[in-house]
Design a protein around this ligand. Structure first.
Ligand code: MEV
Length: 311
């Protein structure tokens, strides 16, 4: 038996653009998903036989990365799936971590590589952002060239990403979940169609890349005013790409008066937004009044890890 957990994530800057090789910054958050894995008589998930459609990530992880017999898998998550907080990445990472643990031990980089492989297979098109941050925890900066604190380098087709450790200063964020579950694959495909067809969308993606580079400097300097401003600009550009929604916009608008900045996080289309603030209770209240589910989150958390108290 093996019990392994992995954190959810929030993307500070650069989602969608990262799929086109632009930089992005993501951080692990203190909401975790735990996988308990035992040898079984058939593959099961939470007591039900494995269903390839319903449990696509689990099915792909077992098919492509597990050489052993049937597994009995229990998933226990502190955050909802489809919420833009990286539930599919955390599930894939925790499960692959549990499989590695059964084979002797967890290697963060191997888990990150295998998890990206699974996400790409299931989603059709992805960047290693979510799976890498869930594996590493803390913060990561993904770029098209190597730099200081390089963790690993991942290639797929003609695209490549250099994943770096990014120190996370002590900042307070509030996440607001719209309650709408939005799968990532179709949103990534929608942006790709837009970028393939118009020069304008390509320029928007370039501008998100520039904002992210600037944001990495502001994060290092702990310049929350500038960083918040960049987050809000990034949100407006993501809205132009067509991945915001009325519900997300409502929560962003509710948070802005009490925040340095706010934006959708993850694939969008529903899911969640984040606000950078030093008045988290006020932001959480404003989000709840507009029908969102607020979470005040802590960053600087562990990545994939074995849990020593099996349940
Ligand atoms: C989803 O959390 C982030 C996206 O950039 C997709 C990806 O990077 O694979 C929208």
């Amino acid at each position: 038996m093996s019990v392994v957990s992995a954190p959810g994530k929030m993307i500070l800057l650069g989602e969608h653009a990262v799929v086109f090789g632009k930089p992005a910054i993501a951080m692990g958050i203190d909401l975790r998903l735990t996988c308990t894995v035992r040898k079984g008589r058939q593959n099961t998930v939470n007591g039900q036989p494995l269903n390839e459609r319903q449990h696509a990530y689990v099915a792909a992880a077992i098919r492509d990365h597990w050489p052993g017999g049937p597994l009995d898998i229990t998933i226990d998550s502190e955050f909802p799936s489809g919420s833009g907080l990286g539930s599919s990445a955390a599930l894939t990472v925790a499960l692959l971590g549990a499989m590695s643990q059964m084979g002797g031990g967890i290697d963060e980089e191997s888990v990150a590589r295998a998890a990206f492989d699974v996400e790409s297979t299931v989603q059709g098109r992805a960047s290693p952002l979510d799976t890498s941050v869930s594996s590493h925890g803390q913060g990561i900066f993904v770029d098209s060239a190597p730099g200081k604190d390089l963790l690993w380098h991942i290639r797929r087709d003609s695209r490549q990403w250099y994943v770096h450790h990014c120190p996370v200063p002590d900042l307070t964020f509030v996440v607001g979940f719209t309650g709408i579950r939005a799968p990532t694959g179709p949103l990534v495909a929608k942006v790709k169609r837009y970028v393939d067809r118009t020069r304008f969308a390509k320029e928007v993606v370039d501008e998100i890349g520039d904002i992210t580079v600037e944001g990495a400097k502001r994060l290092r300097d702990r310049d929350v005013v500038a960083l918040g401003g960049l987050m809000t600009r990034d949100h407006n550009l993501l809205a132009i790409l067509g991945v915001s929604s009325p519900e997300l916009q409502r929560l962003v608008d509710a948070a802005i008066p009490f925040s340095y900045g706010a934006k959708l996080t993850g694939a969008g289309g529903g899911g969640s937004m984040i606000a950078l603030t030093d008045r988290p209770e006020k932001v959480a209240g404003a989000i709840a009044r507009r029908g969102g589910v607020p979470y005040i989150v802590r960053t600087g958390v562990d990545g994939v890890r074995a849990e020593d108290s099996p349940r």
